[in-house]
Design a protein around this ligand. Structure first.
Ligand SMILES: [Ca+2]
Ligand SMILES: [Ca+2]
Ligand SMILES: [Ca+2]
Ligand SMILES: [Ca+2]
Length: 308
């Protein structure tokens, strides 16, 4: 999803699927004036969570081109304290908070695309982090998700390998350490973004990858054995030059089945793939954004994408 510089989200309700006449009215979502808080140079990705257990959400941002993560503790009123920088392996890019050791304090996970490392730092519960354990990756760890991938209670990690399109599973040991990885081909050659969701409704997370090099969405269903292992990928072509870039899961039609939503960066579209409930996805319905991925408002008349 794209936020415009003017603070507006706007999608044209006309879609590829020929539902223009029945589509709901356009919706504008307005935001108030924005505030700016300094981070290290070139902030790229963001994690949100309450790292000091004061009830106010805090932020951490990776700064690609540096070897630091900027941590900004929230005041609870929409403002943040000046940043504190944490040293990380070179090129921090992907980032997330999760309580890997289940001690009540969020821990910090960072994927570094220059050092080729995934790092875990233990949260102290006061906004600071101790130690740093880094796990080498074969190629650039562009994205990851944290979930309970196997049947035990500890959180695990699945990462997305940008340069070979693979997916790596790291099982959590419950003490902020990880075992693995076990690596699976997602069928393509590039992994740009990844998320998890239970597409087949068996209670275990499945993995969804977007591969802009091949214009594909790729799905790896869990193998049903509760061990954090996955079946061979199913590949869903998006159509030439759709360039899927980001992916999320949600039940967008409230039928109890998880669906997949992607952005298509260079055609400025949102694609919704409704789930069938058995792990398969339907053909996408696309929605045109009037805002390009760089946040500029498109002043042209919206294009109709029926049949493109
Ligand atoms: Ca906080
Ligand atoms: Ca913890
Ligand atoms: Ca599943
Ligand atoms: Ca659904």
């Amino acid at each position: 999803m794209v936020l415009a510089g003017c603070g507006r989200i706007h999608f044209d309700p006309r879609s590829d699927s020929g539902t223009a006449d029945d589509a709901p009215a356009c919706t504008d979502v307005q935001f108030g004036p924005h505030s700016e808080f300094a981070t290290a140079s070139n902030p790229y990705k963001l994690a949100v969570g309450d790292i000091d257990n004061d009830g106010a959400l805090d932020l951490a941002a990776t700064a690609i081109g540096t070897s630091v993560v900027s941590v900004l503790r929230g005041n609870g009123d929409g403002t943040f304290r000046p940043r504190v920088e944490l040293a990380m392996p070179s090129g921090p890019f992907s980032i997330g908070f999760a309580d890997l050791d289940a001690n009540g304090n969020l821990d910090l996970l960072v994927g570094s695309v220059n050092a080729l490392m995934i790092s875990v730092r233990s949260g102290n519960g006061d906004g600071t982090f101790s130690g740093s354990t880094s796990y080498p990756t074969a190629v650039r760890p562009r994205a990851f998700a944290v979930a309970r991938l196997d049947a035990n209670a500890t959180l695990d990690l699945v990462s997305c390998e940008q340069d070979n399109g693979a997916v790596s599973v790291w099982l959590g040991n419950g003490d902020n350490s990880l075992s693995g990885p076990t690596t699976y081909s997602a069928g393509g050659t590039e992994c740009y973004s990844l998320t998890v969701g239970d597409l087949d409704g068996n209670g275990a997370p499945d993995v969804i990858v977007v591969d802009p090099s091949n214009d594909e969405v790729q799905v790896l269903l869990d193998n049903g054995q509760g061990v954090g292992a996955f079946r061979a990928a199913t590949r869903y072509p998006t159509g030439a030059n759709e360039t899927p870039a980001a992916v999320a899961t949600a039940d967008v039609d409230h039928d109890g089945v998880t669906d997949v939503i992607t952005t298509e960066a260079f055609t400025r579209k949102i694609a919704v793939y409704l789930g069938n409930g058995d792990g398969a996805l339907q053909q996408p319905v696309r929605w045109q954004s009037r805002v390009d991925p760089r946040g500029r408002r498109d002043r042209r008349r919206p294009r109709r994408h029926r049949g493109d």
